[in-house]
Ligand binder design. Sequence first.
Ligand SMILES: Cc1cc2nc3c(=O)[nH]c(=O)nc-3n(C[C@H](O)[C@H](O)[C@H](O)COP(=O)(O)OP(=O)(O)OC[C@H]3O[C@@H](n4cnc5c(N)ncnc54)[C@H](O)[C@@H]3O)c2cc1C
Length: 462
Amino acid sequence: MPRAADIVICGAGIAGITAAHQLAIQGAAGRNGRILLVDERPPLTLTSDKSTECYRTFWPGPDDAMVRLIGRSVDLLEELARETGNAFRMNRRGYVYATADPERASALAEAAARAAAQGAGPLREGDYVPVAALEAAAAAAGDLAFAGQPDGADLIRDPAVLRAHFPYLSPRTTAVLHVRRAGWFSGQELGSTLLEQARARGVDLLRDRVESVHVGSGCVRGVELAAGGRVDAPVFVNAAGPFAAPVARLLDLALPVFSERHAKIAFADHRVAIPRAAPLLIWTDPQTLAWTDEERAALAESADGARLLAPFPGGVHARPEGPAESPMALMLWAYDAAPVAETWPLEFDPAFPDVVLRGLATMLPALQAYWGRAPRPSVDGGYYTKTRENRPLVGPLPVAGAYVIGALSGFGLMAAAACGELLAAHVTGGALPSYAPAFAPARYADPDYQARLATWDSTGQL
Ligand SMILES: Cc1cc2nc3c(=O)[nH]c(=O)nc-3n(C[C@H](O)[C@H](O)[C@H](O)COP(=O)(O)OP(=O)(O)OC[C@H]3O[C@@H](n4cnc5c(N)ncnc54)[C@H](O)[C@@H]3O)c2cc1C
């Protein structure tokens, strides 16, 4: 057990691992020559392995900070994919936002125009080039699947083009916005690749629990571990995911974060209702679920049943999972995302699989074949720990030597590479990118920022 380190990172989820990786690359190990990554669990096993593993650079926020942060992260992911022969199977199928509501189609177009103005690439209507054609061209050239795909977004409102390219979507669909610099990858493979590289550069991984953080004269001095005694270190990084707030309290600090419970189902779609080459498919319209009159009457009899008759929000989504021959699909719907206390094990709505299947069938009618006879799905999930404006916290805390990389909400996998890089630049005193202040915890001390928060619009933040 090391008794001294230069940096102790609490948490070996994707945040702690990318922080360690970037700190090692940026040469942050100092006098003690040691960066110590401490986790009471095996790496990547609390939240980071529950993700849908998707990414997008489409963030039509009130300013361009998220477009640039995640754009940078995707640059880093593409670099790593090239360097490792795509060890984490990154693709670029895109996100398809679909609607049956012409007004929502206009709202999608406006959001895409806003994202374009913020640097996410142009909005096109007409001359749609499908992903598969470009993937085939990349394969023929011996390149990776994501090579040669456009950025920006395509808006499709022409019914003939919609039917030609998305025959599996409901015939009620009037428009889709296909966001192109988006897709998915294996989060586990990404995390283990980065961890392996970090360890090869000397990062130590320790299975233990950070019980307390020692502070003296306003500076971090070290940590106390549950099993391993004290480790002296001048730098402490809070990468504790859903435990970020309790870990900050070890420094007598409060973090402005809360958590929502998010579940997903993995489902063997043997009927291929979701084509294996599909992008991530998102139905943006609110809806009420389709029930027979009999089911409706039975549900109305209990409060728990009656909630299934109420309107549900937009946003139910799905994607194929695994190689072409796999039948698996992932399906999600955050219809109950009220802030909750973080408790384990997580408990999910017992009706979740049925509700998600019914909601998705509005977009993908072939899923109706599973109603009442679905193969047993597996349900898992975790917490989106987030700030009020749904932006991460990356940077110094008001105790010298203390830092945070957290509040990664539903974008932790896609944002982690750039967040790790940003965290390491803060720690080493390296050059900070211009988006750094947008994510620094100190932003809340700015009255202008507080005033902006009052009118913050986080729409489009799946
Ligand atoms: C259902 C679902 C779908 C998602 N889909 C996507 C997606 O498509 N794309 C995307 O980019 N993101 C997605 N996310 C979000 C993403 O998974 C998270 O943002 C990310 O995993 C958070 O990583 P983390 O490292 O901050 O936290 P975690 O992975 O939770 O890691 C925190 C670690 O800190 C450790 N720890 C805490 N306290 C201590 C202590 N005192 N001592 C020692 N160790 C400690 C924990 O054991 C844990 O291992 C999704 C999340 C969920 C739940």
